[in-house]
Design a protein around this ligand. Structure first.
Ligand SMILES: Cc1ncc(COP(=O)(O)O)c(C=O)c1O
Length: 354
């Protein structure tokens, strides 16, 4: 017999948290060289747990609760590259549930600190591909529930509306000079964000294109071009949270109109330049988005098109002070960022990514 009283209490706790929360800002990014093209970033770092994963964690907990999968005192287990686990630790703590996440051993120390500060425990694996099996095993061992963002991200969020990320972007654009974005650019980790935006655009008859900015080491762009490609070997991307070695069940290639491949050094350089331009420290996946936006803006400018592009500031660079913003870490990886940062600066000055 299900404990409906506990389920009611838990869903009300999450509803109350939602009521206390505000929407995230849509920030214009100044491009004086291109008066007819407008670029905006949706600041998802301003959620209480610091990333776009706050939305996903809320949806996953509600989905699991309403399916009757969570119970008082029953541990919640996740496989994560870090950001989702931070947000899930927040909701688990809110519901007095033990939370254990399996993370790759090289996850940023700042994220681990955030997970543990919220009462979560971390279980480390050497290879990022081991996170799923380890999470499943932990759930079996502890009698816990594996909440499984990679499977459920695309369906836990209501893609038709309910103030999902797509609905808020289109609403916030209403009074802008080009209210209907030509492109919305996002990354894919689970694929949930691109699935929500792509489905929402179709459902509401918006002509906006969905572009996924994908690290070079990721399987997603390979799979988008050839559906038989399901895995990609080689060194994993340095960009946390996006790009995967295996195609995840929540990645829906048919709602993506374009994939842009971005090298890790380009992502980090773009994150650094964008951070200086908007006065907010951005994470690496935001840099991946920014590089792709610069390519799309350059193409539009070359064709003489007017319009707008919206992208996502996925999480704050504060989480990566020891990595992308640490010159020793950059030097250890022999990354030469100066010429790429100069290219991105030139883009902002000229409106053309050379
Ligand atoms: C920092 C960061 N950016 C972007 C994404 C991509 O989001 P999604 O999982 O919705 O594909 C993730 C996902 O893991 C992330 O952690």
């Amino acid at each position: 017999m299900q404990d409906r009283a506990w389920q009611d209490w838990a869903t009300k706790r999450i509803a109350a948290d939602y009521r206390r929360s505000a929407d995230t800002h849509l920030i214009p990014v100044s491009m004086p060289a291109l008066p007819d093209i407008a670029l905006y970033v949706k600041d998802e770092a301003s959620h209480p747990t610091g990333s776009l994963k706050h939305r996903l964690a809320r949806s996953l907990f509600l989905y699991a609760l309403c399916n009757g999968w969570l119970a008082k005192g029953r541990p919640v287990i996740e496989a994560s590259s870090g950001s989702t686990a931070v947000s899930e630790a927040y909701f688990a703590q809110m519901l007095d549930l033990p939370f254990i996440t399996v993370v790759p051993h090289n996850t940023a120390a700042e994220k681990i600190a955030a997970i543990t500060a919220l009462g979560g425990q971390c279980h480390y694996v050497e290879n990022p591909r081991e996170i799923y099996g380890a999470a499943r095993a932990l759930a079996a061992e502890t009698g816990g529930h594996y909440i499984d963002q990679f499977t459920y991200a695309e369906r836990a969020t209501d893609w038709r509306g309910n103030n999902n990320i797509a609905e808020t972007i289109f609403a916030q654009m209403e009074c802008e000079p080009h209210p209907l974005p030509r492109w919305i650019v996002c990354g894919a980790g689970t694929g949930g964000t691109s699935a929500t935006i792509g489905r929402f655009a179709r459902h509401h008859h918006h002509a906006t294109g969905i572009c996924v900015a994908d690290p070079a080491a990721s399987v997603f762009h390979r799979h988008w071009h050839d559906r038989n490609v399901m895995t990609h070997d080689g060194a994993p991307s340095l960009i946390e949270g996006i790009g995967r070695p295996c195609v995840e069940p929540s990645f829906i290639p048919t709602v993506v109109d374009r994939m842009i491949v971005v090298e890790d050094d380009q992502s980090i350089a773009a994150a650094r330049v964008l951070s200086r331009r908007i006065g907010r420290l951005c994470g690496g996946s935001t840099g991946t988005n920014m590089w792709a936006c610069a390519m799309l803006v350059s193409e539009m400018a070359a064709r003489g098109e007017a319009g707008s592009i919206v992208t996502i500031l996925c999480d704050s660079g504060e989480r990566y002070r020891s990595t992308y913003y640490n010159d020793d870490w950059i030097a250890e990886r022999a990354l030469d960022l100066a010429p790429l940062e100069a290219r991105m600066e030139r883009f902002f000055e000229t409106g053309h990514l050379d």
